[in-house]
Design a protein around this ligand. Structure first.
Ligand SMILES: [Zn+2]
Length: 309
């Protein structure tokens, strides 16, 4: 259960925020709810963060007051009946977005996982004025280098020096990178699929190399693809009627079922720890190479040493 960690902390949030539950919100989205909404394939469940896309997270309770207020404002703006109503709301939105940006910037440093959960869905972004969207996070998705750097402080100056930090070089831009989960133990990796959200030069890095696209993104991306074969099964991505469209390092892939999304994600994670050069190219079905370091049959040569003296 994804939110158990957060529920523990919920009691510390102000009551006004706890009460601010979006209309269809709940702590979890069951598969049947997804079906009722008809927005997703029949068997996609929000069982882990891989499938918790911003459009789904947006409907869950938001306990951080600034983010909850921005959420409510955006919903009001999107549903406003006329241009005049929207114009009247814009100024308040710019103020809320500016406040949200400064808090998001802090959250990327302290809790990058939560920062990612609070990303504004594309369907909402597209309906907001530029004065507001210019203040939202930037979405990053490309291949790049994630480096771990360390400093050894002089004796007595331990408290003044940050011992380790990370940088991400993506598309010619260098970010100060913040990670969580498995990436906390990950050493420097070059040319791996990375995605996350950035505010200025601060980047929250998703621990999953695969990012499931939101419905609007998925249909737009699919329209650009000539044919869509699942990179895991090699079959048409629509064969099971459970197609999922994902991004991996800036590349769109269509998979035939949610379990193949998890499989692709696992393979790319494994490939990150493989030898140089095998860091998970996904340009064609068979190029999602399993890591030769962690998978497959291994040959061992056992030499018995028998010293005669
Ligand atoms: Zn498949």
């Amino acid at each position: 259960m994804v939110y158990s960690k957060r529920e523990k902390n919920a009691s510390r949030a102000p009551a006004s925020v706890i009460g601010r539950v979006p209309p269809r919100g709940g702590l979890s989205l069951s598969p049947s709810e997804g079906e009722r909404d008809g927005e997703r394939g029949p068997s996609i469940t929000v069982s882990n963060h891989l499938f918790l896309t911003p459009d789904l997270a947006w409907r869950q309770p938001i306990r951080e007051e600034t983010f909850a207020r921005f959420h409510d404002w955006a919903e009001q703006y999107v549903k406003a009946a006329s241009d005049a109503d929207r114009a009247a709301l814009e100024r308040a939105g710019v103020e809320l977005a500016a406040q949200r940006r400064s808090e998001l910037s802090a959250l990327i440093r302290t809790d990058p996982e939560r920062a990612l959960e609070l990303a504004v869905p594309l369907s909402i972004r597209e309906a907001l004025p530029r004065t507001v969207t210019g203040l939202l996070e930037t979405r990053i998705s490309d291949r790049g280098d994630l480096a771990v750097l360390a400093a050894l402080p002089e004796p007595g100056k331990e408290s003044e020096v940050v011992p380790t930090w990370r940088t991400a070089s993506i598309g010619g831009t260098e970010y100060k990178a913040f990670v969580y989960g498995r990436r906390l133990g990950e050493p420097t990796r070059n040319n791996i699929p990375l995605n996350g959200i950035a505010v200025d030069k601060l980047l929250a890095v998703n621990e999953n190399p695969v990012r499931v696209l939101e419905p609007e993104e998925a249909s737009a991306a699919k329209a650009r693809l000539p044919k869509t074969l699942c990179p895991i099964s090699g079959l048409s991505s629509t064969v099971n009627n459970q197609e999922v469209v994902v991004d991996a390092g800036g590349q769109t892939l269509c998979l035939c079922c949610p379990s193949h999304v998890e499989k692709l994600n696992k393979r790319l994670v494994a490939a990150e720890s493989g030898p140089p050069g095998s860091s998970g190219s996904v340009s064609a079905a068979d190029q999602v190479a399993a890591s030769t370091w962690t998978e497959g049959v291994k040959n061992l040569i056992l030499i018995r040493v028998d010293f005669s003296d």
